[in-house]
Design a protein around this ligand. Sequence first.
Ligand code: GRF
Length: 183
Amino acid sequence: MLKIAVLVSGGGSNLQAIIDNQNNFDGEVVLVVSNKENAFGLQRAKDAGIDQCVISKNDNLLLETLQRYEVDLIVLAGYLAIITPIVINSYENKIINIHPSLLPSFGGHGAYGMRVHEMAFNRGVKVSGATVHFVNAEVDGGPIILQQACDISDCGSPEEIQKKVLEIEHQLLPSAVKLFCDK
Ligand code: GRF
């Protein structure tokens, strides 16, 4: 059974999707880390009986904590901070991220959270979606694992796009975790 750490910054609905799908893969969420004290994702972890902690800067302390839990897979699920090289180099091809667009569109520095949907809305794109990819040193630049598109031509605001894309994310991220657990 693989040991999974999930890193969050906010609501944690993607974390919840992983927790709810744990029966479908050979892995277990053993740790939730947030860089924000008030992230609701921490409460979701508590409710599920999963160890959780706040580490505001992801450096040596984060690395030590992940190593202490003997983590096999790190999932960035709405983690709105850049993972530092010290962690990336120690977990090469063992960190995955969910991004709320069809990368490489609307990715890279400054493209995170609601900003991604604002960019898509302002550009008038008709199709968006979600991407799960491996994390490397390039922001949103690692190899793509899974992608799914959705029609957003009827969306009248960035919030509507976010709602539609989140539904996809909640399917896609547990599927990617399963693929990883299946090797
Ligand atoms: C998701 O859209 C994720 O892709 C993005 O931030 C949002 C986080 O949602 N990076 P949640 O915290 O999982 O509810």
